[in-house]
Design a protein around this ligand. Sequence first.
Ligand SMILES: Cc1cc2nc3c(=O)[nH]c(=O)nc-3n(C[C@H](O)[C@H](O)[C@H](O)COP(=O)(O)OP(=O)(O)OC[C@H]3O[C@@H](n4cnc5c(N)ncnc54)[C@H](O)[C@@H]3O)c2cc1C
Length: 268
Amino acid sequence: MSTLAEYAPLDGRILAGGQSLVPIMAFRMARPAHLIDINEVKGLDRLAVDAGYLSIGACVRHGAFHKPVVGGPLGPLLAYVAKHIAHYPIRMRGTFCGSLAQADPSSEWCLVSATLGAQLVIKSVRGERIVLTEDFLEGVMTTALQEDELLAEARLPLLPGDTKFGFYEFSRRAGDFAMCAALVVYRVVDGKITDARVGIGGAEDRARRIAEIEHVLNGRPPSHDLFVAAGEAAAIAIDPMEDAQTTAEYRRDLARAVTRRALEHSQQ
Ligand SMILES: Cc1cc2nc3c(=O)[nH]c(=O)nc-3n(C[C@H](O)[C@H](O)[C@H](O)COP(=O)(O)OP(=O)(O)OC[C@H]3O[C@@H](n4cnc5c(N)ncnc54)[C@H](O)[C@@H]3O)c2cc1C
């Protein structure tokens, strides 16, 4: 923390897996004067269950999740999502917390953290603070981190054993960043969906939970028509980004499709 406090104001940057920072440096889009390599810092590779949470330290790689790391539905959910991130070599270096710090709107881990309500433990020489993902992600590659702060750990809540999950993402080629992705988790009690959490990533400036979709789902039995209605709610609720290749209308259509397909996946 003291090294970070000393060098961050001198244009120092944390180096974790380097799978975003190094390409950005290679393109000369960032030229940090100092790199603070956290890879050898003891304890930052900790991945453990603590009091109802899966704690993911700053140096835990994407590849750590290739196999379920925890019992119940959370382990398989993370394993399923992980394989959508980039390519195998990138997953063996890039980190879960680095993805959150990078805050790419398409990041799968940002989507998981926002949808499940992860708590993020932020440390600096000034102490420790805990921030919810929804307050941490502020926009495209913008977070609540101060320059001298380390995202030390992400805490994902464990999911009840009867939780169903579904994930679907659309990208132009395998391994590319998603143009739109949806994650759904819910339980079915007395034949009706309850405790639905639905998040969308890649469509807006940050991944977030969409309450309008959850309202459509909660209290109703799962069915094809309900999933179509949830997709419609997604298309209406989002405020899509536009760029030279992609119109807002196209992203709305993607949101409609990925939401329905994530719900269909949850039934498999
Ligand atoms: C070809 C390619 C395809 C990719 N596809 C995807 C994809 O489909 N989905 C996806 O999500 N990502 C993708 N990525 C990005 C990859 O997942 C990165 O690993 C991730 O975005 C950043 O993690 P990192 O550990 O590599 O961070 P680094 O590159 O080391 O750092 C990224 C930024 O975060 C800061 N930082 C890192 N860790 C911390 C921390 N603990 N606390 C505070 N600041 C920190 C750094 O200072 C830097 O500014 C892709 C990358 C490449 C090269």
